[in-house]
Design a protein around this ligand. Sequence first.
Ligand SMILES: Nc1ncnc2c1ncn2[C@@H]1O[C@H](COP(=O)(O)OP(=O)(O)O)[C@@H](O)[C@H]1O
Ligand SMILES: [Mg+2]
Length: 278
Amino acid sequence: MEDRHDEVRLEGGNVGGAVRVGATVRRPVGPWTPAVHALLGHLAGRLSRIPAVLGHDDQGREILSYLPGRVVDVNTEQLSLGQIDSLVRWTRSLHAAVAGFSHPGPWRYFPVAHATLIGHNDIAPYNVCFDGDELAGVFDWDLAGPSTPLLELAFIAWNCVPLWCDIGAKDAAERLEAIADAYGGPDASAILLAVPARIQAMLDWILVAAAAGDEGMANLMKAGEPDRSASSLKGLVERIPAISRLLACLRLRRASGSSPGGHRPGRATRRCGRRGFC
Ligand SMILES: Nc1ncnc2c1ncn2[C@@H]1O[C@H](COP(=O)(O)OP(=O)(O)O)[C@@H](O)[C@H]1O
Ligand SMILES: [Mg+2]
């Protein structure tokens, strides 16, 4: 395909980066790209808000369709509860749509014990865009691979509650409940308790992948990982008991009928102003 438009660097990526060319996006490829394209091909027609694979350009980059929408800047904003609800409901649709899909890989993502499905594995504000409260697009599928719903939800919680900074135990508990409600699967406590191992596995893998020559992971290291997130994770581990206690209270209140349950879209909470991965 010929490039007839100027390239515009897209902000918000620290791994491989992406550029926009007209209605398309160009991204570097890796050994995992055939598996990712097979996944996107399987999902086309089964799931909305995903990029279409349009081939490769004369520089060997993948060509994807551009997904219009607003990317929330995690340095200055939090997702609204409505946005969390839409994102997690979409995740549930993704997990339904991948049923029956398998691929021998190679996948870029690290091996996961007892994987039950192919997940996106990098669902975070910097990899999605919105139209108001509605999820409009999900990009950056390079970490897709064998996973589980709980691991996917744990990563969503880390990024979208968010748990990598202290927003206050009460707000964190309520936003975890919103994630659990929207997915309708593991409860909020199970999601919270799955976060440390999920994040630690990722941090360990960044070092291993960078040492093995994965340029994107070397770029993440230049941006301060895994040290930055290791320090955030330490903070979360200290806050988990307080958040867990509040989740237990919320559960009791719900069981006794004194709480309406469910989330309250649109309510804003305290911001923390520092980004996670990319
Ligand atoms: N298909 C797409 N449609 C619209 N914007 C995109 C698309 N792919 C990427 N972007 C934008 O480019 C940014 C960086 O792209 P991404 O694929 O996440 O790169 P990285 O691998 O470096 O994280 C994203 O945060 C998003 O804003
Ligand atoms: Mg990205």
